[in-house]
Design a protein around this ligand. Structure first.
Ligand SMILES: [Mg+2]
Length: 265
């Protein structure tokens, strides 16, 4: 892995889209979910983006298209970036299951069997939750199942038992994302490149977790947690800093200097 500072001008000049993972990359990690029995009450709290970062995104938009790719649902993603949202903004929600592009939402067609497996899993986990304090609840999603819980073998084991190898079950630091193996953040980047008629490597991708591994590989990947997930590049940051915020500053510095240079020449 190379430090992002080593990226060449030629590489930077080909970038058309910058893709941001959210949690741990541009927003502090940690969503609190509490679900009462019967699922009648849901409490969810997430951290917003910093004001300075939003200002920087507005500047960056002049040079590249912005894409936000997350395991979170589309409503959360849209609300998070609503201040800068316009027809150029791209959203990819639920680990690549949903794409908002050109003000239109698209998603793959899933079988009844898939939805039945998710429903079956949800029911079984809900039963486990009654006697297991480690399970806190479910985050609202359309196409994947997200359980908030401690790291516990019982969940991936259950997924295997119910669906064999058809589903992924990825640890997210606050629970498990369970979904269709055909869909991933990486596949969503490949689809996006096709839609935009560009090469996948013209899409810069960022991430800090296992669900980011594929999109870091297919795009121009920048890992903000190189000890956890690999990419061609990494960005150094202190524990109290967000790698995605630093990347935007780095990119702005490049684009603004380049612009000034071309004006003065
Ligand atoms: Mg993340």
């Amino acid at each position: 892995m190379k430090n992002i500072k080593e990226i060449t001008k030629e590489e930077l000049d080909t970038i058309k889209v910058v893709t941001f993972d959210i949690d741990g990359v541009i927003a502090p990690t940690g969503t609190e979910i509490r679900e009462e029995d019967g699922g009648t009450k849901l409490y969810m709290e997430s951290k917003p983006l910093s004001e300075k970062f939003i200002e920087n995104l507005e500047k960056l938009e002049k040079y590249v298209q912005l894409n936000f790719s997350s395991g979170r649902n589309i409503l959360y993603l849209k609300s998070l970036v609503n201040e800068i949202f316009d027809e150029k903004t791209i959203l990819q929600a639920e680990n690549g299951s949903i794409t908002w592009l050109n003000n239109k939402i698209t998603h793959p067609i899933y079988s009844d069997e898939y939805f039945n497996q998710l429903r079956d899993l949800k029911e079984k986990i809900r039963k486990m939750k009654k006697n297991d304090k480690r399970i806190r609840g479910f985050e609202p999603k359309l196409f994947i199942l997200t359980v908030h819980c401690e790291q516990m073998e019982e969940i991936p084991n259950l997924v295997k038992k119910v669906a064999g190898d058809n589903l992924y079950c990825l640890w997210t630091n606050e629970g498990y994302d369970i979904g269709n193996k055909e869909t991933s953040k990486g596949q969503a980047i490949l689809n996006l490149a096709e839609e935009l008629n560009i090469e996948p490597k013209q899409i810069m991708t960022t991430g800090n977790n296992y669900n980011d591994a594929e999109m870091l590989k297919v795009g121009k990947g920048v890992s903000v947690a190189p000890d956890r997930v690999e990419a061609e590049y990494f960005i150094e940051h202190k524990p109290e800093e967000l790698g995605g915020e630093l990347l935007v500053e780095f990119l702005l510095d490049y684009y603004i200097k380049k612009e000034q240079f071309s004006i003065s020449n």
